[in-house]
Ligand binder design. Structure first.
Ligand code: APR
Ligand code: PHB
Length: 413
């Protein structure tokens, strides 16, 4: 890969502008855009994906990797679940560590059998991209100067440049799957949109290493030194995170310093089991809660990170993106097949209800597990007392488990 899959042969030339028409123009080839493309293709809806980066760049981004049942089902529905079932790791619980001791949240027992799948977002994106390519569906990579127009009319358009050539796509709808820094949300007049945001006063320093995971399930650790997370990608590849001040520089974290600090945040058994090795990726990511309301602007819809960001503590980002896309694909199908506006009109409200539930959980779990220096020693004590309550109360533990495994697709309906 690495080259653009060029757009449709059905161009009409307009002096310097190549024109084409599709039913849906999807901006962004991250997990949201690719999954939407796949679901639409299965319903016979013609879509073009326009992505500003190269395929390799898109796959190079390392992000969380815990899939809820709803997301697994969607990947199956999209016809890309085969490798996930083969290589993904099914987890029936996770550990919460505080005051130097680990306590298991038994997801299966607390939620009537629900589990999660540990399968990296990179792999999800790769499976979706490969399926799209195999089906001969069109994606324009390395598109420059992408812009969206006239989405408040019945004839929206998208413009972009590739190799110095100007292209224009006429479409019925635009799907803004272009992430937090995308062009779609930025193109909405400020009076038509409300943004809610909380930026946390710390980041996550992540390390990926080809070492066996310290534990067969995930460990979320509350320590007076700050939060730590032990995650994994496979039996031989681990993913670890440390809460660090936003002022920390990546260069000042050698691999050795990372492992030393991680050990100090773990319990004695985990400390002894930890296998260390050279990092194959290391990065610092800020934490943010962010929601855009509404998620529809005339004939343009936002989905995934373009509309909302959660701090990664609850691993909800990809799952929320997947359910937005499911609702959007359903709404578009209803429009094209049944000539009904109902799905489209209900899209924003339907997504946002679910989004706010996941935002609340992610904020709460982040607040519970991280060190907030401004809250002092008493803040740490409050957290430990709450954790003690949660793990010793069926109701408390069930609440954590229910939120972690996620809501049913049609919750509350
Ligand atoms: N034009 C075209 N493409 C764009 C533009 C633009 N102006 N701006 C951004 N993009 C592309 C990005 O390069 C990226 O490939 O849109 C894509 C958005 O992908 P993601 O950021 O991965 O967002 P999304 O697909 O919604 O995935 C959500 O990512 O951050 C995690 O936790 C989140 O797991 C969740 C998932
Ligand atoms: C990850 O494996 O990257 C991961 C897992 C769980 C989280 C966040 C990140 O809550």
């Amino acid at each position: 890969m690495g080259t653009s899959v060029s757009a449709s042969p059905a161009f009409t030339t307009d002096i310097s502008m190549k024109k084409q028409r599709v039913q849906v123009a999807i901006i962004g080839a991250g997990p949201s855009g690719l999954l939407l493309g796949q679901l639409l293709a299965r319903s016979g809806i013609d879509a073009l994906i326009i992505e500003r980066q190269s395929p390799d760049y898109v796959l190079g981004r390392i992000r969380a990797g815990v899939l809820e049942q709803v997301t697994m089902d969607l990947l199956d529905e999209a016809g890309v679940g085969e490798r996930m079932h083969r290589e993904g790791l099914v987890h029936g619980g996770f550990d919460m560590l505080f005051k130097g001791q680990r306590h298991r949240i038994d997801l299966q027992q607390l939620t009537g059998g629900k589990q999660v799948m540990v399968y990296g977002q990179t792999e999800v994106t790769r499976d979706l991209r490969d399926a799209r390519q195999a089906a001969g569906l069109r994606t324009v990579y390395s598109a420059e100067h992408v812009s969206v127009h006239d989405f408040d009319t019945a004839a929206p358009r998208v413009r972009y440049q590739v190799g110095g050539e100007q292209h224009e796509v006429e479409c019925d709808f635009i799907a803004g799957c272009d992430g937090f820094h995308g062009v779609c949300r930025a193109s909405v007049p400020s009076g038509a949109i409300t943004e809610y945001e909380k930026v946390y006063p710390f980041g996550w320093l992540g390390v990926l290493s080809d070492t066996p995971p310290v534990h067969h399930e995930l460990i979320y650790a509350n320590s007076p030194r700050g939060f730590a997370l032990c995650s994994q990608r496979s039996q031989t590849r681990s993913r670890y995170y440390l809460q660090v001040p936003l002022t920390d520089k990546l260069e000042s974290w050698s691999d050795e310093a990372f492992w030393d600090e991680l050990r100090l945040r773990l319990d004695p058994a985990a400390r002894d089991h930890l296998v260390t090795g050279p990092s194959i990726e290391k990065s610092i990511a800020p934490l943010r809660s962010f929601v855009t309301e509404p998620m529809r602007f005339g004939r343009m819809f936002l989905a995934g990170d373009a509309a909302h960001i959660v701090p990664p503590t609850g691993a909800k980002g990809l799952n929320l993106a997947a359910t937005d896309v499911k609702y959007l694909a359903g709404a578009l199908l209803e429009y094209f097949q049944e000539k009904s506006q109902a799905g489209i009109d209900g899209y924003s409200e339907r997504c946002l209800r679910r989004v706010w539930r996941a935002e609340r959980f992610s904020w709460w779990f982040t607040s519970l597990m991280h060190r907030f220096p401004e809250n002092g020693e008493i803040g740490q004590k409050f957290q430990e007392a709450e954790l003690d309550y949660l793990i010793h109360s069926q109701a408390g533990a069930r609440s954590v488990a229910e939120n972690y495994v996620g809501l049913a697709l049609n919750f509350g309906e």
